[in-house]
Write a protein that binds this ligand. Structure first.
Ligand code: MN
Length: 238
């Protein structure tokens, strides 16, 4: 009954503002499941007691994509007409992240996830790449999303390099925000061909990674995406 021992991964719920509903993209939970983890989509809550129970229950946490991180989190006003946020997710994720750092619980942030982690730990974001970062590189690709949109350089000596053993990697890209100033407690693992931070990690933590691309769209066709999910789940077994 090995299945009983599969690590439980708390998955941040997605919020549909129009329908006032929680939802989930299957790739997040399937990517975890196929990597040997048992995904558990969490409710949206900021209740301290509930969040402490989730911390005890879950072996790790997936910070999913979604709405923009509230610019207030990194000390900025929203650009006019640009920001669609989910403040309740920001508050919930801030509490979970603070505890995950203290408790050394594995965390993987994807897209909004890397942005949120960076902002919550004291970094800043580009609120809108189209306005604030002039580049010929397409970061906001059209579907299908399991294709390469651009290259990233992976920095030697980082956990991502140790995992994949490649200096360049083709990734998909579907984001209009990005990490600007990197939080002090994080280090860069990958940079896009036009110079944007596309992956970070926290040295000294068991596993706290963020990636700007979307392994949840490509884990079935792209080995590197699958291996990121596997490394995340594997870190919970140690
Ligand atoms: Mn990109």
């Amino acid at each position: 009954m090995a299945q009983i021992l599969d690590p439980i991964v708390g998955v941040m719920p997605l919020w549909d503002e129009e329908r006032q509903s929680l939802w989930m993209l299957p790739g997040y939970v399937d990517g975890i499941r196929e990597a040997g983890g048992l995904p558990l989509v969490l409710p949206l809550t900021v209740d301290h007691t509930d969040i402490n129970r989730f911390m005890e229950l879950c072996d790790g946490f997936l910070f999913t994509g979604g709405q923009d991180v509230s610019p207030g989190l990194y000390g900025e006003e929203p650009l006019p007409g640009k920001s669609v946020t989910c403040p309740e997710r920001d508050r919930m994720e801030k509490k979970l992240l603070e505890r995950a750092v203290l408790w050394d619980k594995p965390v993987l942030g994807i897209c909004r996830g890397i942005q949120f982690i960076n902002a919550a730990l004291g970094g800043t974001l580009y609120q809108d790449l189209g306005l604030q970062y002039s580049s010929p590189v397409e970061h906001h690709m059209a579907p299908p999303y399991d294709r390469v949109a651009h290259q990233v350089d992976i920095l030697r000596g980082t956990p991502l390099y140790k995992l994949l053993r490649v200096k360049r990697l083709g990734v998909n890209s579907y984001h209009h925000q990005a990490v600007k100033d990197v939080a002090q407690s994080l280090k860069v693992m990958a940079v896009s061909e036009d110079g944007l931070v596309e992956a970070v990690y926290m040295p000294g933590h068991r596993f706290l990674w963020g990636v700007q691309w979307h392994p949840e769209f490509s884990f079935r066709t792209d080995e590197s995406s699958r291996r990121i999910f596997e490394a995340f789940v594997e870190s919970m077994r140690t």
